[in-house]
Design a protein around this ligand. Structure first.
Ligand code: NAD
Length: 340
């Protein structure tokens, strides 16, 4: 069912950011785990949002969450001054923009051809820096403007409108998008020109992946040496080993009650997504020639872990893999929770 764009505005005109975006025409393409709640938050803020997804299941779920749905990508884009995409990987973004084999009903030229001249394209997907720059060039060549605005915060953050946006693009375009992003999140960091939002995301997640492996290896080594997990935590959390992977997402149960380790590694942040993000980091490492051995190795370790049962477990479950491999290699004191 096609939903016509309405002119009704927010019921709360006293809220300045809300007044800025109320009634604004926004197409939201990609209504998956992240896109549906993000689009629903825009609709809730009074934005005249029209969503579209190729998957009927995603559409049904988004409609239920309060997102007005368009019949096609082209219909979603009609009358919109901003087009937000939240798609799986770079090739989806490029093909949705350019229309090459996207099969999304947006016509041969894709979203770029369907949009009115000067439309602001905001890609929130996590994609390679090179793909983000390519998408930006395509948008410019088609007479539009574009920024990259990948997020952190996961589905929980998307639902609660507490996402963090890392944004790359021109000042004026970022300023224009900011009130919309603020309706979906609570932190918007302008990282620089086109592609630099993705660069910030990939660098941050490389720190996270490497540090989780380091923390997990240290716990398993401590276990083998007869050190209790609690003792190591007490020392490292108050010393130079302190980091988010240790003190917030601790890979062993006990010291941090809210960490996924206490619920059999239910995510949280799934290892499959960490493997994807580290794969993007590895691509960036290769294209820049940076000598990042730890980052490259972390990408390999998570890619291997995500091939099997690890994919849907929180990324801190990498410790179980390290422990199993250590036991297979003949560790004499391997335990599943540390020497008490
Ligand atoms: P998802 O697979 O749940 O949703 C993607 C949606 O895009 C799907 O519903 C798919 O049908 C749709 N799609 C693909 N091509 C399309 C097209 N041409 N036109 C319209 N719809 C199309 O993925 P997700 O978990 O929502 O993640 C989206 C992006 O956000 C990814 O890049 C991911 O890496 C990133 N991200 C995800 C999380 C998370 O926790 N899930 C956290 C941070 C960032």
């Amino acid at each position: 069912m096609t939903s016509e764009r309405a002119s009704d505005t927010s019921d709360d005109g006293s809220d300045a950011p809300r007044a800025l975006i109320a009634g604004r025409g926004v197409a939201f393409i990609g209504l998956g785990h992240m896109g549906a709640p993000m689009a629903a938050n825009l609709a809730r803020a009074g934005v005249d949002v029209r969503g579209f997804d190729l998957s009927e299941e995603a559409v049904a779920h988004a409609r239920e969450a309060g997102v007005p749905i368009a019949d096609s990508a082209a219909a979603a884009v009609a009358g919109a001054s901003v087009v937000i995409t939240m798609l799986p990987v770079g090739r989806h973004v490029i093909s949705a923009y350019a229309g090459v084999g996207s099969g999304d009903g947006s016509g041969d030229g894709g979203l770029l051809a369907a949009a009115a001249p000067g439309t602001l394209f905001v890609d929130c997907s996590t994609i390679a820096v090179d793909d983000a720059r390519r998408a930006h060039e395509l948008a410019l060549a088609a007479g539009h403007r574009s920024i990259d605005a990948p997020v952190s915060g996961g589905v929980v953050g998307a639902e609660a409108a507490t996402l963090a946006f890392m944004v790359g693009g021109d000042d004026a375009d970022v300023a224009e998008a900011r009130p919309l992003l603020e309706a979906m999140g609570r932190r918007v960091v302008h990282c620089g020109g086109p592609g630099l939002g993705q660069a910030a995301k990939v660098c941050n997640n490389m720190i996270l992946g490497v540090s989780m492996i380091a923390v997990s290896e240290a716990f398993v080594l401590g276990e083998q040496l007869g050190l209790s997990n609690d003792a190591l935590f007490e020392v490292a959390a108050n010393a130079s080993g302190q980091c988010w992977a240790l003190t917030t997402n601790c890979p062993v149960p006990g010291p941090v009650p809210a960490s996924p380790a206490n619920r059999d590694y239910a995510p949280g942040f799934a290892s499959a997504l960490m493997a994807k993000d580290l794969g993007l980091a590895a691509q960036a490492i290769a294209s820049t020639g940076v000598h990042a051995e730890a980052g490259s190795l972390a990408a390999e370790i998570y890619a291997r872990f995500a091939e099997g049962d690890g994919a849907m477990r929180d990324f801190s479950a990498i410790i179980t893999d390290i422990r199993e491999r250590s036991a297979r290699a003949g560790g004499s004191h391997a335990t599943d929770g540390g020497a008490a």
